[in-house]
Design a protein around this ligand. Sequence first.
Ligand code: ADP
Ligand code: MG
Length: 363
Amino acid sequence: MDSTTLIRLNLDIKEKPIGKSLRFNAAVEEIKKINGKNNKIVVLSHRGRPDGVENSLSLKSFAPLLSKAIGKKVLFLDNSDLDKAADIIRNSSKEKIFLLENVRFLKGETENNLVLARRLSKLGTEFISDDFATSHRADASLAAITRFIPSKPGNLLKEEVKNLSLAFKKPKSPFVLLIGGAKAKDKVGVIKSLIKRADLVMVGGAAANTFLKSRGMDIKDSLYEPDMLQVARRLLKNKKLAIPTDFIWDDNKILDIGPQTIKLYSFYLKSARFIIWNGPMGMFEKKQFAAGTQAMAKAVFSNRKSSAVIGGGETVSALSLKNQIQHPKPNIFLSTGGGAMLEFLAGEKMAGLEAVMKKNRAK
Ligand code: ADP
Ligand code: MG
């Protein structure tokens, strides 16, 4: 078989327009990099969490988008018959680029099924794992596939690991961790894992409400998580943990941090030398509750002496509203990972990532 590179990328994109999203741009750059080396390319990816085949989650519409961005035709390939797909790839001319239909339409994908992984491996001659945002999962097209085909981590994956690892490798001080967003439950693991290393942990967004409530504040109808109150109370004993002192209320709900908190958090972000930020400070989708998140972005982007890692689906899309994705700063790394970023920073084992890293070490 001609040399054929199977590459797992992340096209699970909810923002509009797709062409402006961080994940799409990252995938396009990566395809461009590996294109033109006398090899065929087959892109493996998923969208959403389909139960079997769900047409609304097809990747078909992504083929023309990719073609346009890459400047070379990308052929969409149905995956209902993988032998047929393999034939089409084999019989195609060199340097063709294919996009396979949503791998999650295939039975066994999310169960890391070995039979499926083996069949997918037959589509190429080498495998590049480059979907960081899914690499906390044990999926067949990420983990099990590495058993059947020479496999290596791609550039995107390596960049993510390098940048997120900064948190564990003597980060520059002051190291400020900024955590916001909706669910305290998802974020507590990161706080626990990094509070020893950070100089300051600042919490905002709905995640802060649970902390405020655990201290006895009357947060009225604000979003919070009852089963996290005890953990929050315990974490608050640590003097490094900061919570908001004033708020923007609407309809008895806290929906953004207030001006005093903005001032204080901005001050600390401006004096930081290393920053990790995940989670918006408020319901930023509505203009009247976006001030907190926008102020944090401004403080991080204006601090030229600090390196920063920013991640989280909504956090990054809050930035893209202001076009910060199209004009990246060298000292700021935007992570494509949501849950994967959180698990990595919480120090958890990541099945997809481990599978390809192990393979690579053994070679
Ligand atoms: P990310 O995707 O960046 O990790 P999350 O998914 O944890 O972030 O949370 C993002 C969501 O949190 C946003 O849609 C935002 O509207 C919501 N949010 C933030 N603060 C509040 C708040 N105080 N009340 C209600 N929703 C909030
Ligand atoms: Mg989110």
